[in-house]
Write a protein that binds this ligand. Structure first.
Ligand code: KG4
Length: 342
């Protein structure tokens, strides 16, 4: 079964062709980073215009790499929520046009849910519900209990910034460039000393039975530190301490989630999972808690991409879910719990 995946929720224009939800035939990702980095963040207007300019080219390239013809496609899976509305509209319109031209069924995808399914592209096992979904990206930081297709129950959310957003803003404060995550990871590696902590532990008084995230306090703390020590800044040290403090919180909260729910499978996704230090910490936690923690081995599958969208679409399609041309993209998350009831 061949799926066409379309992803344009933020600043990546991506088209993929995936066989049986597992095998990537092509996964072309055009990243707009160069277009946004002088602004230290994403400019929505630039993002949607860029999707519009690039989407046909990305599609042609993906089609060529897959060696398929449009007729070979069984279903279209397109991200329709959440994200930048102008960006989502481009992918949505592309999908509708493709559907009219080639008469193929459409599946509307929540791309946060798709992040968890990126993991099934690389392994034989099928989703084992319920699992914990750990999402760490530029726009979201959350833990879900995933009870089935479209059945996501939020267990913990961020009270303020998303973790990736905090990395991006801190890189901006330190004038390191955009996106901040990969740069802060690289700088941290230059620091070899593990000494006392520069920043206070985040949410240190949160009761043991509660799970939450917060990253704006550490960002402010770092800003004040930078202002005070302007003339003698040790960038690798600051990056290292910032990264460690953020990941300590992630690990502490994930451990709580495992203990509270007693769910022993975690599917993790989102751009921040590309971080090698985080991957090591998750591997250690998996051993200590006898939990299976998965994240995409191939780092390109951590950030927004269309292959994960096609994979999630595959699971919906084999479970007889499709939508019609009236779907409306949404910048916010729409509750999909009743997707199979209508
Ligand atoms: O999932 P993603 O592509 O989409 C958005 O939510 O936009 O995640 C992008 C985020 C950015 O904030 C970026 O700084 C962060 O993921 N990121 C990283 C790393 N690579 C990307 N954060 C930490 N370490 C990394 N190696």
């Amino acid at each position: 079964m061949i799926g066409l995946g379309i992803e344009t929720s933020c600043d990546e224009t991506s088209i993929a062709f995936v066989e049986d939800g597992k095998k990537i035939l092509s996964n072309v990702v055009y990243s707009q980073i160069e277009e946004h980095n002088k602004f230290y963040g994403i400019v929505p207007e630039i993002a949607s215009r860029s999707h519009l300019i690039k989407i046909n080219e990305v599609y042609e390239k993906a089609l060529e790499e897959s060696k398929l013809s449009p007729k070979d496609i069984d279903y279209i899976a397109v991200t329709v929520q959440p994200g930048l509305i102008g960006s989502l509209l481009i992918g949505g319109q592309f999908a509708k046009t493709f559907c009219i031209l080639y008469k193929k069924p459409i599946i509307d995808i929540n791309h946060l849910e798709a992040h968890f399914y990126a993991n099934f592209l690389e392994r034989k096992e099928e989703p084992n519900y319920p699992f914990l979904g750990l999402l760490l990206s530029g726009g979201n930081t959350a833990i879900y209990v995933v009870e089935g297709l479209g059945k996501l129950k939020i267990l913990a959310n961020t009270q303020d910034d998303a973790i990736g957003e905090a990395f991006d803003k801190v890189a901006s404060i330190l004038e390191l460039g955009y996106p901040g995550g990969p740069i802060i990871e690289k700088k941290s590696k230059e620091y070899s000393n593990t000494t006392n902590s520069l920043f206070p532990k985040i949410l240190k008084d949160l009761p043991e039975n509660q799970i939450s995230f917060s990253f704006s306090g550490i960002k402010t703390s770092l800003l004040y530190y930078v202002r005070k020590n302007q003339s003698k800044l040790d960038i690798p040290y600051i990056c290292y301490e910032f990264q460690e403090t953020c990941f300590e919180l992630v690990l502490r909260m994930l451990k709580r989630a495992i203990q509270i729910t007693n769910i022993k499978t975690v599917e993790a996704g989102g751009g921040v999972l590309a971080n090698q230090r985080l991957r090591e910490l998750l591997d250690e936690l998996a051993k200590k808690t006898h939990t299976k923690i998965y994240y995409p081995k191939n780092k390109i599958l951590c950030t927004d991409n269309a292959a994960m969208v096609a994979t999630l679409g595959y699971y919906y399609y084999i479970n007889h879910y499709t939508t019609d041309l009236n779907f409306v993209p949404s910048s916010k998350i729409i509750n999909s719990y009743s997707k199979f009831d209508s």
